[in-house]
Write a protein that binds this ligand. Structure first.
Ligand code: S0N
Length: 269
């Protein structure tokens, strides 16, 4: 894909840093099939461009980093195939994006400037480092909207915050402040929103001074312990697509889109 063809993201390479920005602020930077394809493509470009030493992932505007899968694109059976261009007829492949973030042998910083929710929360969890603004909000929503990332989304989160906390986050679907996220080891640093970009740029400068090969080896070494989860992630996304075909999953999605309370009671077995 040619980056000039991107419609859902902004992609800019400057002074050794690749800035990847989800550009759908009208839906709190929710990703649709096309967004995921573009993000994966940009990560691939950054991986192979020797001028890039660090990648920053963020969301456009001052309200959201990313609110996960676009619930308006989601139907019975999952997300609609990408429309047009290189993404035509391709299903949403979140697992490929997760893999791209994990396997690019360069540090990836999540610059969380607002809501990091659902699948958007999983994206920041998978980045190497997270720098957040004071107004950032963190959380999963899967069991409320009839969706779950049972691959890295559950397993890798538990590595970061521990099993009890990870289960709380997924089961209760609560929202957590930036201060709470910092206390539970979910983010590296919290700064006022007006200082966030400067803080990220400072971390990038420090990273760019370091040996790229040592950084790559460190990242790949850290990844080894959780790599067994990659097989589970493939399985989990296949299972998720089956779950999306159920009336139970659609109840969660429909309640969000129709702005009404959700009712799962009849699905209890
Ligand atoms: C982000 C939230 C908390 C923001 O609340 P706020 O500020 O009150 O704004 P709203 O009025 O709710 O939203 C403003 C406009 O944006 C639309 N919008 C927001 N999020 C989405 C979205 N995800 N999809 C589509 N539209 C969205 C609103 O509808 C509204 O538009 P208008 O004004 O036209 O009504 C709040 O918005 C929120 O909770 N959003 C939903 C977040 C969510 O449930 N995301 C999906 C979560 N999924 C999972 O947790 C598990 C699954 C997973 O991780 C995954 C794995 C593989 C593939 C996909 C996913 C996936 O994420 O689904």
């Amino acid at each position: 894909m040619n980056d000039s063809a991107y419609t859902d993201i902004l992609y800019e390479k400057r002074d050794g840093v690749a800035w990847i920005t989800i550009n759908r602020p009208e839906v709190r930077n929710a990703f649709r099939t096309r967004t995921v394809a573009e993000l994966t493509d940009a990560f691939s470009d950054a991986r192979w461009d020797p001028s890039v030493g660090v990648v920053v992932l963020t969301g456009a505007g001052d309200k959201a980093f990313c609110s996960g899968g676009d619930q308006k694109e989601r139907g019975q059976g999952g997300y609609a195939p990408g429309a047009g261009g290189a993404t035509a007829q391709r299903p949403m492949d979140v697992e490929a994006l997760h893999s791209a973030i994990r396997h690019i042998p360069k540090p990836v910083i999540a610059m969380v400037n607002g809501f990091a929710i659902g699948g958007g929360h999983v994206l920041h969890v998978l980045c190497d480092l997270t720098l957040a603004s004071e107004n950032a909000v963190f959380g999963q929503t899967g069991p409320r909207v009839g969706s779950v990332d049972a691959g890295h989304g559950t397993g890798y989160l538990a590595r970061l915050v521990g099993e009890k906390r990870a289960r709380e986050i997924w089961y209760l679907c609560r929202q957590y402040t930036a201060k709470e996220a910092l206390a539970m080891g979910l983010v590296n640093k919290v700064v006022p929103q007006k200082d966030l970009r400067a803080e990220v740029e400072q971390w990038c400068r420090e990273l760019l001074e370091k040996s790229p090969t040592a950084l790559a080896l460190a990242k790949q070494s850290f990844n080894i312990d959780s790599e067994q989860r990659a097989g589970v992630a493939q399985f989990a996304h296949t299972a998720l697509n089956l779950y999306y075909q159920t009336d139970e999953a659609m109840e969660g999605r429909n309640a969000f889109v129709e702005k009404r309370p959700v009712s799962f009671k009849k699905y209890r077995k």
